[in-house]
Design a protein around this ligand. Structure first.
Ligand code: AMP
Length: 401
């Protein structure tokens, strides 16, 4: 059987097709610029001999429905999917499941209603995720659609971690609390880290650091999430590509009173114009590293603030967990930026967190690896994330449960 994973955004749909027998990704690609005069369809697939092939075409794709139609048609043409009947499930990434969704869920009408109900909490993401789900339910009624939520893994946080120190009614009436995101990635790398450590996940205490353009940390106790750095929205916590992470909320009051910024302007400022981009004008860590090496002070500061914040979270989560088996780096920065890993872990020897310099800096190293000395008290691991695979496996598990 095969499982199709869809990540439906406002003007694009990313997809990946897995063969469940060995979880090989047999095809992946995206539809971009939906609704524009020239949309783009990209497909990469393995042909019958297992050789990688790719195609790219420009054509008008006016709606998500056309986009998903085109994805399936191109998968059929390539031979990656002979018939829709081969699909055991379609897994959909859904950003926000509120408090309602703690597990991957087979979609029926009541589920779409509940996802719609969370739109006020994720107005930029959930409507597009929902469109993808509704289209596949209409186009392929015989294939179960499974919603896999970015928030679900963090639903095990205790109230002391997920409640803000705000009036109770804001929680009970307006659902203002910390939810956390990137849950699929944190769960995936936690499982892989446990396998790496050769221990059951429920025996592992982990600090997982998903550091990409968006970034978040999670504290995992006995395999369950007990704290995470993102909050009501993905803005809280670590320094990100264009998002500021933690700031004094009174800064917003100040900006509103003194610069006259309204909600839209504050949203734009904090989500799109801040973070690495705001500090040094660039949000690509490779470029920032290059600029820092050339002596650009702003780039050096961007790296400094990022590593400083990361270290604070590692220390805080260590204190919450009491004992830590491994610190796990993932995401484009976590997997590749040795300098950020070095700075985030520097000075934490008393906590048992020590890097093996050569292993951390081995530029050719890829895949799951340990970058601390083997006898280290806390293992420091690099585990490439694979959210699509996790969604596919959760979707199949949901329909075969
Ligand atoms: P992601 O959102 O997980 O794709 O991660 C994107 C971030 O990873 C960007 O800031 C990239 O600059 C960064 N990144 C990717 N490769 C490297 C690398 N080799 N060194 C440093 N940063 C990298």
């Amino acid at each position: 059987m095969k499982v199709l994973v869809l990540n439906s955004g406002s003007s694009s749909i990313k997809y990946q097709l897995f063969r469940s027998a060995d979880w090989t990704a047999i095809a992946y690609g995206l539809v971009a610029r939906i609704g524009e005069s020239e949309s783009e369809l990209r497909l990469n697939w393995l042909d019958g001999a297992g050789e990688p092939q790719s195609s790219r075409s420009s054509l008008p794709i006016p709606t998500h429905r056309h986009g998903i139609d085109q994805i399936v048609a191109s998968l059929r043409e390539s031979g990656a999917l002979a018939d829709v009947a081969e699909l055991a499930a379609i897994g959909h990434r859904v950003v926000h499941g509120g408090e309602h969704f703690k597990h991957p869920t087979i979609v029926d009408d009541s589920v779409t209603t509940a996802i719609r109900d969370t739109i006020p909490l994720a107005p930029l993401h959930n409507p597009d995720n929902l469109v993808g789900i509704e289209v596949t339910r209409t186009l392929f009624p015989g294939v179960p659609s499974v919603a896999v939520f970015d928030t679900a893994f963090h639903q095990t946080m205790p109230p002391a971690a997920y409640r803000y120190a705000l009036p109770e009614s804001l929680y009970s009436e307006h659902r203002i609390r910390r939810y956390g995101f990137h849950g699929t990635s944190h769960y995936y790398v936690a499982k892989r880290a446990a396998a790496f450590l050769d221990k059951p996940l429920q025996d592992c205490n982990l600090i997982t650091l998903h550091l990409g353009n968006g970034a978040s940390a999670a504290a995992i106790h006995a395999g369950r999430c007990v704290d995470t750095s993102m909050g009501l929205t993905p803005l809280e916590g670590l320094v990100m590509g264009t998002r500021c992470g933690d700031i004094d909320p009174a800064a917003l009051i100040y900006l509103s009173r003194n610069l006259g910024l309204d909600a839209e302007a504050l949203d734009r400022l904090l989500n799109r114009q801040s973070g690495l981009l705001g500090i040094c004008g660039v949000n690509d860590m490779r470029e920032i590293n290059r600029l820092a090496q050339e002596g650009h002070a702003d780039a050096e500061l961007a790296i400094g603030i990022t590593a400083h914040r990361l270290k604070k979270y590692i220390g805080a989560y260590y204190a919450e967990l009491g004992r830590v088996d491994a610190v796990v780096f993932t995401g484009g920065i976590g997997e590749n930026a040795a300098d950020i890993r070095r700075r985030a872990c520097a000075g934490l020897e008393r906590l048992g967190i020590v890097l093996d310099k050569a292993a951390n800096e081995a530029s050719e190293a890829r895949g799951e690896r340990c970058i601390s000395p083997p006898e280290g008290e806390v293992q420091v691991l690099v585990i490439p994330t694979n959210e699509e695979l996790e969604i596919a496996q959760q979707a199949l598990a949901a329909v075969t449960a």
